[in-house]
Design a protein around this ligand. Structure first.
Ligand code: NDP
Length: 470
């Protein structure tokens, strides 16, 4: 079976789209401001991650204490560094087994879940059209990998006892060095591969700036063989499969240290577990999101998925190991409700767009025929295509209401940790920056792609995240 194919093209439309060349997608030129940002991130992002994890390990999760001690001369960068656990071969072996196992599940175990679980879409699926006009095909088996991995985790915890369930917490900093090695190795490999043997040369983008190319990626969909897709693998596994395991390991550590698990830890496990399961249940949908269908594969995705995601998205659980907070029933219930409403908005908004695009508008949104704006665009091969932008349902409330729901869910995870430290609130601050930046980035891309049709859309749905505010 072919892993990449071209779809029959639509005829050119009358919308004047041919005037626009296909320059949509990530930037082709880099200004000085972006360049300074890129180089700073490449050099310092690993230390940001280290800082948060070290703050928990050495300063009981206080973000300000290390800085204060440095300022007062009570500690030096070298003394903090010396106290932090370093790379160990034990951690390297654990990490190698983990990543190899995920590669094995991804490449060697074709999806059977879609054959036995009603309503689940898995197996071979089409991605979105790339700027060069290609349609990549993907083996969607993330849910199956997640189930197998977690079944083994529970089997080990309850029967086999090959390793302690607190293993991830116990090895957390040594594992971080291994994750960094993989993150930089895979980004460097993808960078060199783009020059030496790109998977689809027509979909490569070179800005002329080596740092920007390294960070934001050159190849659109780098692959090894037909099916090992770097973006799908690194985005979904090992990072997101690990997310729920990491939380389970934190839960086990609480049990080991205090003899019980707090309701805040259960809340974080449940709410983040729903988010992760949702991701795998909808993995085929995920092929149509920005990460897969617009971003190129570079350090931003490669290192980000190996290090940033597993280490910083799980800070709430880590914090709760050091601060085992038991919330009042009312507090816990309010957070659960807020998180579930956020999740409902996030999922429904994404579902509405997916349904609308899949059925080309022949569906019902909130019990009515959807309203939309017809638009046109040109791909890099000069061909014209037509598309539709939904203006009803949640997409009529704001242009990125899925992000609003996501932010509500993120705030709920943080609020489960009480209000005494800022460290667990890193996630909501980061997600706000990420998603607001995404709004701007995505709208810039859509405006270049759809031209005046995008303007008609923004006139019809004027707000981005919160109606009346932004
Ligand atoms: P979207 O799913 O919102 O996709 C944006 C794209 O959808 C646009 O580029 C455009 O693509 C199309 N589009 C925009 N408006 C409309 C419309 N009105 N009708 C139909 N199509 C439209 O964004 P993301 O891929 O960024 O996010 C997907 C989800 O993933 C979100 O819920 C987000 O919160 C979540 N997310 C989570 C992250 C995390 O780290 N936890 C990180 C990033 C995202 P086209 O060119 O096809 O028209």
């Amino acid at each position: 079976m072919e892993s990449t194919r071209r779809r029959p093209q639509h005829k050119a439309n009358e919308g004047g789209a041919t005037e626009r060349s296909a320059q949509w997608g990530r930037a082709w030129e880099v200004d000085w401001f972006s360049l300074v940002g890129v180089i700073s991130l490449l050099c310092f992002a690993p230390f940001i991650v280290f800082y948060f994890v070290m703050a928990c390990d050495q300063y009981d999760c206080s973000v300000s204490q290390p800085l204060l001690e440095l300022y007062q001369g009570k500690a030096t960068v070298l003394s903090i560094w010396a106290r932090a656990p370093s790379f160990t071969w034990t951690a390297a072996k654990i990490y190698a087994v983990w990543v190899s196992f995920q590669v094995f599940l991804y490449v060697c175990v074709p999806d059977v879940t879609h054959k036995v679980v009603p309503g689940y879409v898995g197996g071979v699926q089409d991605g979105a059209r790339t700027p060069a006009g290609l349609i990549n095909r993907y083996e969607i088996n993330g849910l199956q990998c997640w189930i197998i991995t977690h079944a083994l985790w529970f089997a080990n915890a309850n029967y086999f006892h090959w390793f302690t369930p607190t293993i991830l917490f116990d090895q957390w900093i040594p594992l971080m060095w291994c994750a960094n090695i993989l993150g930089y190795a895979v980004s460097t490999f993808a960078f060199l591969k783009a020059y030496l043997f790109p998977t689809n040369a027509e979909d490569c983008k070179f800005t002329g700036n080596v740092f920007y190319n390294y960070m934001m990626g050159i190849e659109f969909n780098p692959r090894i063989g037909k099916w090992f897709d770097f973006k799908l693998f690194f985005n979904g596994r090992p990072g997101i499969v690990a997310w729920t395991l990491i939380n389970l390991s934190y839960m086990a550590k609480q049990q080991q240290l205090y003899g019980h698990v707090t309701n805040s830890m259960v809340l974080v496990n449940v709410l983040q577990g729903i988010y992760v399961l949702d991701f795998f249940w909808n993995e085929a949908w995920y092929l149509k999101t920005i990460d897969i269908c617009h971003d190129h594969f570079g350090w931003y995705l490669g290192w980000g998925d190996c290090v940033w995601l597993p280490y910083l998205y799980t800070l709430q659980g880590l914090y709760l190991v050091y601060h085992p907070i038991q919330l009042s029933d009312a507090h816990a219930f309010a957070i659960l409700l807020f998180g579930l409403i956020g999740y409902y908005i996030f999922r429904s908004t994404n579902h509405q767009k997916d349904l609308f695009r899949r059925t080309e508008g022949s569906c019902s949104i909130w019990g009515r025929k959807p309203t939309y704006i017809e638009c046109s665009y040109v791909s890099a091969d000069g061909r014209n295509h037509r598309s539709k932008l939904l203006t009803s349902g949640f997409w009529g409330v704001a242009r990125h209401f899925n992000y609003t729901g996501d932010l509500m869910g993120s705030l709920a995870y943080c609020a489960a940790c009480g209000f005494t430290h800022i460290l667990p609130y890193f996630y909501i601050v980061y997600m706000t920056i990420l998603l607001v930046h995404r709004c701007v980035r995505d709208e810039h891309r859509c405006s270049s792609k759809y031209g005046k049709d995008w303007k008609r859309y923004t006139d019809s749905v004027p707000y981005r995240l919160i109606p009346g505010l932004f």
